[in-house]
Design a protein around this ligand. Structure first.
Ligand code: DQA
Length: 142
């Protein structure tokens, strides 16, 4: 059993990027906790971050072929713009869970629409880094 965790643009800056919105934890902190939980549940986990839309798409395409059961994705700003990421996820047959650290519905109107939500089996927003852990729990319980 294998899960891919994908983080989109600017999430490499977590910890210092608008901490009042995105929290104090770094991406490495978040991924370390997810890795420990996945391994203790007997799951393989790959965590990746990219600032490049095409690299995120390549990772989704690779997951389609390597037996990955689920993708947990925070597409960051590409959530609101990327038909290409939606299309890649539509070609993936496993489970997809969309995560946002902030409550996007409480923010600017342009953050209220998500292309990825058209494909996601579940969406978690506004719980900070806890949202990733909730998503992983859901994946491992399925
Ligand atoms: C985000 C919300 C997006 O609107 C924003 O562009 C991000 C992060 C979140 O995790 O809250 O970069 O996906």
């Amino acid at each position: 059993n294998k899960v891919l965790v994908l983080h989109g643009p600017n999430l490499n800056l977590l910890g210092t990027r608008q901490p009042e919105i995105y929290g104090q934890e770094t991406l490495a902190d978040i991924d370390d906790t997810l890795r420990a939980r996945a391994h203790s549940g007997g799951w393989e986990i790959v965590c990746r971050q990219s600032n490049h839309e095409g690299e995120l798409i390549d990772a989704i395409q690779a997951a389609r072929l390597d037996g990955t059961a689920a993708i947990i994705i925070n597409p960051a700003a590409y959530t609101h713009t990327s038909v290409a990421i939606l299309d890649a996820l539509n070609a993936f047959e496993g489970r997809v869970i969309e995560v946002h650290l902030s409550n996007v519905h409480q923010r600017e109107a342009f953050r209220h629409h998500s292309y990825v939500s058209l494909r996601a089996d579940g969406v978690i927003a506004g719980l900070g880094s806890q949202g990733y852990r909730a998503a992983l729990t859901a994946v491992m319980e399925a």
